[in-house]
Design a protein around this ligand. Structure first.
Ligand code: GLN
Length: 469
């Protein structure tokens, strides 16, 4: 019998008695090893995964198994799991073992998911191609010469390769949705504050959110229901109750941005595909209307000013003294900082720390950081205003399909990958990328839906209806 791909299929097979959680876990571990060339996993947690699987099978026999029994989950290497290594794909944290578990990990385990291993990513989640990992690039399962996207590249690939039914990643400016698009899977960034960040290694704290990857919106929703909700250990976590996952009733009002569809550089086939959905949904009786996003060109610069500022502050703790790699050559405190950080951080992380320190420095703070904060407010207001009239905003996830390894060397060109994804992070709204397209070059790509803050559950249920898998 073929290994089930989705969580729903796995649970059906478990219910039918044709497989067990131990068997699913063994199959996933074997497939991960078979596909080791893709460099998806930095580590497989054989022992704890198989022990958990046996525990879940025992609970199933007693009828006490949780809602994620049968889920085989990978964790991006910036999510802490007690007693397991975590490195943010950086040399600076090499050898570090988590002393506590992230809230999302506790909730996954309490719901009886099996955690298979930790996945490769861009160092400290900074990147759009997974090429910034200190532990090598990841091959896109659809074509290993191409990148899986980033920064949660290994996470997306672990699902696309059929190893895991679920992956957890983090999304600061698109790091769940862009790799989901490149790998042909679903990826969801929840509303800021909906999922606890406790135990997530911080990149830019006012943007970061943990979220799931899966094959379908339905499976995403099942995981979201488990990980969402208030956590006293994250003071930006919202205490609003998580909604029941009912789709929006009746016909919907959906907006799309003219500037996004007309943006030079958007692949014409992706443009045509999104336009096709607009026409189809109109035919199905929904209202679809163009609206404008005059600040489209300001999104990426605003994000990179604010995210690097926050990163420069968050990463100051990795100094070779309190945390992280300490240079063997170092003499004295200043020299220890300088050498440890130069040896421990890769070039992109160093670039961002420098950029972030610059925009926060005395003479430039007002011109860059404070100005960036003002523009962020305008972007947020503009985004929220659209949701006074519309239920959803429909847009492409990325301008292109997965590109070849090494083909984008200019950092600014790489940053522009995020043109359609950073808005949701700047505004704090939920956004989902669904695998809806197949390009004539053979590669998958996604379509993105944004909704108003805390409409996460409705967005997932509605997306499942609008784009049946
Ligand atoms: N590509 C963006 C960046 O490099 C987004 C990263 C992310 O969401 N973690 O910052």
């Amino acid at each position: 019998m073929p290994t089930p791909r989705t969580l729903r299929e796995a649970q059906a097979a478990l219910a039918a008695g044709t497989t067990s959680v131990v068997e699913l876990t063994r199959a996933a571990l074997a497939l991960a090893r078979e596909k080791a060339d893709l460099n998806i996993f930095l580590e497989l947690f054989d022992e704890s995964a198989l022990a958990k699987a046996a525990e879940v099978d025992a609970k199933r026999r007693d009828g006490t198994a949780g809602p994620l029994a049968g889920a085989i989950v990978s964790l991006k290497d910036n999510i802490c799991y007690k007693g397991h290594k975590v490195s943010a794909a950086s040399r600076i944290l090499e050898g570090y073992t988590s002393i506590y578990s992230a809230t999302v990990v506790e909730r996954l385990l309490a719901a009886d998911a099996v955690i298979l291993g930790r996945t490769n990513c861009d160092e400290f989640a900074m990147g759009s191609s997974n090429e910034n990992s200190a532990f090598g690039a990841v091959g896109n399962p659809h074509d290993p010469r191409r990148v899986p996207g980033g920064s949660s590249g290994g996470a997306a690939a672990s699902v696309a390769a059929g190893i895991c039914s679920i992956a957890l990643g983090s999304d600061t400016g698109g790091s769940i949705r862009q790799p989901a698009s490149f790998c042909g899977v679903a990826g969801f960034k929840p509303t800021y504050g909906r999922v606890s960040r406790y135990g997530l290694i911080a990149f830019a704290s006012s943007f970061d959110q943990i979220g799931p990857f899966a094959h379908t919106a339905e499976d995403v929703a099942a995981v979201h229901a488990v990980i969402a909700g208030h956590d006293v250990r994250d003071n930006t976590s919202s205490d609003r109750p998580v909604q029941a996952a009912a789709p929006a009733p009746g016909k919907l009002r959906i907006a799309y941005y003219t500037e996004c569809l007309e943006r030079p550089g958007l692949d014409p086939e992706i443009q045509g595909h999104v336009q096709g959905h607009i026409d189809r949904l109109k035919d199905e009786g929904h209202t679809l209307e163009p609206i404008t996003l005059p600040m489209l060109d300001h999104l990426v610069p605003t994000y990179y000013i604010l995210a690097t500022a926050e990163a420069s502050s968050n990463l100051a703790r990795f100094d070779g003294i309190r945390y992280g790699h300490r240079s063997k050559e170092a003499r004295g405190v200043d020299d220890t900082y300088r050498r440890s950080r130069s040896e421990g951080f890769g070039p992109e992380v160093q670039r961002r720390i420098l950029l972030g320190t610059f925009v926060l420095s005395a003479g430039y703070y007002d011109a860059y950081y404070a100005q960036g904060m003002r523009v962020r407010r305008l972007i947020r207001e503009n985004t929220l205003k659209a949701f006074e009239r519309y239920d959803l905003i429909l847009l492409p996830t990325c301008p292109s399909t997965a590109f070849e390894h090494g083909s984008i060397s200019d950092p600014v060109a790489m940053y522009l990958q995020d043109i359609f994804t950073v808005q949701a992070n700047l505004a704090g709204v939920p956004a989902l990328s669904l695998p809806t397209g197949r390009h004539s070059n053979g590669l998958p790509f996604g379509t993105q839906l944004m909704a108003k803050p805390f409409d996460d559950e409705r967005l997932l249920a509605t997306a499942h209806q609008l784009f049946p898998a």
